[in-house]
Write a protein that binds this ligand. Structure first.
Ligand code: C5P
Length: 226
């Protein structure tokens, strides 16, 4: 296993726990890079649907993953040069992501690319398997959780803010279905790394979660963070 040459913090957990927001805020605070691994699977699902490919075909999905014309411009996600940042955030794209992410060959095709994002001065990586599979040697691993109702409510507000259509009961159902698929898949199932710090964000604001994680960052990387 390759040793990490830069500090890496992994943030894993189910959807709607605030992982993405936390990862971005932490990376901005530290001046480190941020890897939103969910965006990879979401962009892959979107590309597959656009090309009319079968999401349940592991080989077709892996070959698409290997040639995915994905790019990033700051926080914007580009597919073949087109800004798909909003298109990949819909619930439909989340479901498609969860289906393509279940295939072992897809995960293998995306593994090295993700590892290459560990660049100086450091990386905050969020997803489902950042601590368990992609960066198993990361010195600090956080597993963020929250109740399904709280997560659905947060997602509902996010979607409404973006002017997207949403129904709370549908979101709770979708979140439970996606969690179930993510937790039960054979490859890289959603589960905390054995050395992860567990945090339940149900009753915490994002600022409180950030403060709590920063305490850990200072403890684990005292020389990088004041
Ligand atoms: O985090 P986000 O909701 O954007 O992820 C979308 C889907 O991508 C998840 O439901 C999960 O199935 C998949 N995913 C994954 N491994 C990751 C990140 C996301 O399987 N590291």
């Amino acid at each position: 296993m390759t040793l990490l040459s830069v500090p890496v913090v992994t943030i894993d957990g189910p959807s709607g726990t605030g992982k993405g927001t936390l990862a971005e805020a932490l990376a901005a605070h530290l001046g480190w890079h941020c890897l939103d691994s969910g965006a990879l699977y979401r962009a892959l699902g979107l590309a597959a649907e656009r090309e009319g490919l079968a999401l349940d075909d592991p080989e077709a999905m892996a070959s698409l993953a290997a040639r995915l014309p994905l790019g990033f411009a700051g926080r914007r996600v580009l597919l073949d040069g087109e800004d798909v940042s909003d298109a990949i955030r819909t619930e439909r794209a989340g479901m498609a992501a969860s289906r393509v992410a279940a295939h072992a060959p897809v995960r293998a095709a995306l593994l090295e690319w993700q590892r290459r994002q560990a660049l100086a001065p450091g990386l905050v990586a969020d997803g489902r398997d950042m601590g368990s599979v992609v960066f198993p040697l990361a010195p600090l691993k956080i597993f963020l959780d929250a109740s399904p109702e709280v997560r659905a409510d947060r997602r509902y507000k996010q979607l409404k803010e973006k002017g997207l259509d949403a129904s709370l009961p549908d979101l709770i159902r979708d979140i439970c279905e996606r969690d179930q698929r993510d937790r039960s898949r054979a490859t890289a199932p959603l589960r905390p790394a054995t050395d992860a710090i567990m945090l339940d964000s149900s009753t915490m604001s994002i600022a409180e979660v950030l403060d709590r994680v920063l305490e850990e960052v200072r403890r684990v990387f005292p020389e990088q963070v004041s």
